[in-house]
Design a protein around this ligand. Sequence first.
Ligand code: G3P
Length: 223
Amino acid sequence: MLKTPVIVLNVKTYAEATSKKAIELACLMDTIANETGASMAIAVQATDIFQCAEKVTIPVFAEHIDPIMPGSHTGWTLPEAVKAAGAVGTLINHSEHRLLMADIDSCITRAKELHLDHIVCTNNVATSKAAAVFSPNFVAVEPPELIGGDISVTTADPDIVSDSVKAVKAINGQVRVLCGAGVKNGRDVAKSIELGADGVLLASGIVKAKDKKQVIHDLVSGL
Ligand code: G3P
């Protein structure tokens, strides 16, 4: 399982982090993680898992898996395949790739069967609570309206973080909680931890930054 507190970068389908650029970014995070000892992981597109995992020691995650077994499921993402490509974990139910409750349950089960670390994304306190019932490794709460924006969830809606932590821990104290949306700097990371979270899940703050190295160092300073 990811060492906490942790910074998890989800590169989504940004052009700035696709193919060769995904590898460059993964390598940059890897170097900084090794230099500083900070716990960091990167979730990349399925097509980039193999080439990133070959080059780095930080955990590489898939951005999504489907709730399927090997067989006839054209175009779906098989959990076994992301693992074979080198992913050690996966996001599940990101706001940009939502699943039905039953599918979330199946994805968590498949991830557990394959010993894939897993982060279930949620959009509010109620869904964080619902996700906790399935005892995932991580729940990551991200208010959709703040995703990709300039104001961090830790500033715009700190209660959703602390209330999700309380709600999740009341159901299962073992489930770790991350928060995300608009996270940009070390202050946001430090605030997330102050609010009881075990780290952050972010995207544009790093992917869209001109000086990615400087931003990653700044984020790490908040751990
Ligand atoms: O998965 C992380 C994400 O949805 C947050 O995006 O760009 O607000 O950091 P961003």
